[in-house]
Design a protein around this ligand. Structure first.
Ligand SMILES: Cc1ncc(COP(=O)(O)O)c(C=O)c1O
Length: 296
């Protein structure tokens, strides 16, 4: 059965500083963000009613907008407060939270210097990005035809909506072939990331992951690198050639939505979720739980 479409759900959405009924949180068809991609967003997860690394997400949202040349009319602290109130009003404990900011409608051309900047935050219950059965076995990834763009050809450090155009095309192509997702190379042909998550490999007890200087350096990626180091594991950030995939024993994805998800196949290469991947899944799950203030 189809889930209820996202524009027909019940509840409230924070929209330009106010809470509006979910079904009334609309934009006009002549909106710059829709036509010209002047739109940035975040994906956050609340665990036990608390968004993990909320401030970092809101700072990244502001930075993503600055990279596209616009300033959010709300501080990170104001966005934190809006998000907390939204979760309270929606009565959500474990939820996905989606802030989004875009240029409005005053000008409808490539230039839109004075358009109003709009910001909205919605939240919904969303247990796992990949199905739990698929996740335990390890998911299967296709290899995308599109590559992550050269930072000289796109604002690759911004979580900008436009950068997801090639992700959707690649993920759809992968799904048509029965894969869960697709891995993308970078513009020079090195391993980059999946369509909405970063990638890690294991060989000989060491972790290898692509240098995040040409795609999103995920908040989960950085968290998992810290967790691995806390376990005494060496983490090597470097350029990885596709043919090196043959020599890795484990592989996993990281992302706010994906959390730590084991991978069993990437095109012709196979991996087996084992000690390091499963250990980091457990560590990440513990890390995201809300920290209670020490008992007095
Ligand atoms: C393209 C892409 N890469 C990486 C990530 C992982 O980022 P994070 O761990 O901050 O969610 C995401 C998810 O936001 C993404 O969309």
């Amino acid at each position: 059965m189809m889930a209820l479409p996202f524009d027909q759900r019940e509840g409230v959405i924070w929209f330009d500083g106010e809470f509006v009924d979910w079904k009334d949180a609309k934009v006009h068809v002549l909106t710059h963000g829709l036509h010209y991609g002047s739109c940035v967003f975040e994906g956050q997860r609340a665990y036990g009613g608390v968004v993990f690394k909320q401030r970092e997400h809101h700072e990244r949202l502001r930075t993503s907008a600055e990279i596209l040349g616009f300033e959010l009319p709300y501080s990170a602290a104001e966005l934190d407060a809006a998000c907390e109130e939204l979760l309270r009003r929606m009565n959500f404990v474990d939820a996905y939270v989606r802030p989004v900011a875009w240029r409005g409608s005053e000008m409808m051309g490539v230039s839109a210097q004075n358009n109003t900047i709009h910001v909205a935050i919605a939240a919904w219950e969303w247990p796992s990005y990949f199905s739990p059965e698929e996740r335990a076995k390890g998911i299967r990834l296709d290899i995308a035809e599109y590559r992550r763009p050269d930072p000289r050809t796109a604002p690759s450090k911004s979580k900008a909506a436009g950068l997801y155009m090639i992700c959707t095309i690649s993920k759809h192509a992968a799904e048509r072939k029965g894969y869960a997702d697709a891995l993308m190379w970078d513009y020079e042909g090195y391993v980059a990331e999946a369509t909405g998550a970063n990638v890690f490999f294991v060989e000989g007890g060491k972790i290898h992951t692509p240098l995040a200087d040409r795609f999103l350096d995920g908040i989960t990626r950085r968290t998992v690198i810290d967790l691995a180091k806390r376990r005494g594991l060496e983490v090597i950030e470097r350029r990885i050639k596709p043919e090196e995939l043959a020599g890795f024993s484990e592989c996993f994805l990281t992302g706010t939505a994906a959390e730590v998800t084991p991978v069993s196949e990437i095109g012709p290469y196979t991996f087996k979720p084992a000690e390091i991947t499963l250990g980091l899944m457990t560590d990440y799950f513990a890390e995201v739980q809300p920290k209670r203030a020490a008992a007095e």
